[in-house]
Write a protein that binds this ligand. Structure first.
Ligand SMILES: CC(=O)SCCNC(=O)CCNC(=O)[C@H](O)C(C)(C)COP(=O)(O)OP(=O)(O)OC[C@H]1O[C@@H](n2cnc3c(N)ncnc32)[C@H](O)[C@@H]1OP(=O)(O)O
Length: 141
């Protein structure tokens, strides 16, 4: 049976951050696991993309993911939910950029009873690359 609720727990309900998301997508039926919830690997892929968008802006060019430092799935995502990804730089080094990615799921956004739940938190590190794939120093801001 397909899951149609992100979370039944009103205590988990929250509001979206007051800033633009990096990415906003709706999962499709092909993104579900055998139990009808959105597959964790799909979420990880979208989180990697969202973090990479922020890292590329800071690096002013190509980056690669060097580490997934932490990843927590806090609540399931249901098909049809609108998933919003927010990314923030929390650390930079000589060649690396560490991004905190927060993921929110909004159920039935078109209806008055819409609700939003924070579903995932992750921290990833990216490295700035030359076109040949070797690492490079981050540019000044
Ligand atoms: C969106 C995508 O591209 S997904 C693709 C999947 N990712 C990839 O294919 C990347 C494969 N990896 C690589 O090509 C190489 O490891 C590179 C080019 C990214 C890095 O080269 P290395 O010689 O290993 O780099 P090095 O060990 O010096 O680390 C580079 C930086 O990453 C940081 N870093 C390396 N490993 C980690 C880690 N596990 N956690 C956090 N930071 C790390 C280092 O601290 C360093 O940061 P700094 O320069 O800001 O001090």
């Amino acid at each position: 049976m397909l899951s149609t609720q992100s979370s039944h727990d009103p205590q988990a309900f929250t509001t979206l951050p007051d800033r633009q998301p990096v990415l906003r997508v709706i999962p499709m039926p092909s993104d579900l696991n055998a139990h009808g919830d959105v597959f964790g690997g799909w979420v990880m892929s979208q989180v990697d993309l969202a973090g990479a968008i922020v890292a590329q802006q800071r690096a002013k060019g190509r980056v690669a993911t060097v580490a997934v430092n932490s990843f927590q799935f806090k609540h399931p995502i249901a098909i049809g939910d609108v998933i919003s990804f927010y990314g923030e730089i929390i650390k930079t080094g000589k060649t690396s950029i560490t991004i905190d990615v927060q993921v929110y799921s909004t159920h039935q956004p078109q209806l008055a009873e819409a609700h939003t739940v924070k579903v995932t938190e992750a921290i990833l590190t990216y490295v700035a690359l030359h076109q040949d794939g070797s690492k490079r120093e981050l540019p000044e801001h």
